[in-house]
Design a protein around this ligand. Structure first.
Ligand SMILES: [Zn+2]
Length: 264
């Protein structure tokens, strides 16, 4: 898999003696979690994993060199059973996903590290990330953190319709890939699918709402796209990538500085 993680921030490029010299209290390890799943007719299966690596790599490049922050190799497979029925989706169960995170947390803790952040870019993993951040905190006394997606940036230039109903293989995801791996975007295969119009809002939404329905993509999006990729540009993708990297870097710095002992 292509990577934008700076070599000096790539944990798996260290040898064990180098790992042994890292300061245990202040070093922050980042565990990326994403997915290999259908992203419509125009984006690759690895879209969420590529975006994770792209944004994290650019964020890590912004950190002061003396700050000890390293990216662990990503958990490529996620809980993607919302995309079952589309060839190419490779999903693991919630139990498997959580067991992998638990075992990796145990390994990090047994080496004496204290700070671990779960950086997730696949919506189907989000609730499990929240569970595991707390479980790893409780079981191993790790200081765990969760970091999601683009770090809450405003996505300047995105339409209100896309902001409300662009969920998957949408303008934002397409723009990120156009800015980084345009050869993996098939611009002749864009499809558009909205489950509702902002002028006629639905009460029941798939997520981020007080009333939701449990959704499978095949129920609501025959092509696998939830949104409109057509307005996506490499220029917007690069702007949003840089804005996200700035926000994610600030969050990582705050996690490095977060006290591991309660205030007295
Ligand atoms: Zn995606």
């Amino acid at each position: 898999m292509k990577t934008w993680i700076p070599d000096a921030r790539n944990f798996a490029y260290l040898n064990w003696k180098q790992v042994d010299t890292l300061p245990r209290e202040s070093t922050l390890l980042v565990l990326p979690t994403a997915a290999i799943e259908q992203h419509g007719h125009h984006l690759p299966l690895a879209t969420d994993t590529l975006i994770n690596n792209l944004l994290l790599g650019h964020a890590l490049a912004k950190l002061p060199p003396e700050m000890h922050v390293y990216a662990l190799p990503p958990v490529h497979y996620g809980k993607s059973n919302e995309h079952i029925g589309f060839p190419g989706t490779l999903s693991v169960s919630a139990a498997t996903f959580m067991a992998v995170l638990r075992d990796l947390g145990a390994s990090v803790a047994s080496a004496g590290f204290r700070r671990l952040v779960l950086y997730n870019t696949h919506g189907g993993n989000t609730s499990l990330i929240d569970v595991m951040a707390r479980d790893l905190r409780a079981e191993f006394n790790l200081r765990t953190f969760a970091l999601h997606g683009s770090g809450g940036i405003a996505f300047e230039g995105l339409s209100a319709q896309e902001r409300a109903y662009g969920f998957h293989a949408n303008e934002v995801e397409t723009a990120f890939l156009l800015a980084s791996v345009p050869e993996l975007v098939d611009r002749s295969e864009y499809t558009v699918n909205y489950i509702a119009d902002i002028a006629n809002p639905e009460l029941l939404l798939p997520e981020n709402a007080p009333a939701t329905f449990a959704w499978l993509t095949r129920d609501i999006a025959p092509s696998g796209v939830l949104g409109d990729p057509r307005p996506a540009t490499a220029e917007n993708g690069a702007r949003w990538r840089d804005a996200a990297a700035t926000r994610l870097a600030a969050a990582l710095e705050a996690m490095v500085r977060y006290p591991t002992k309660p205030a007295t």
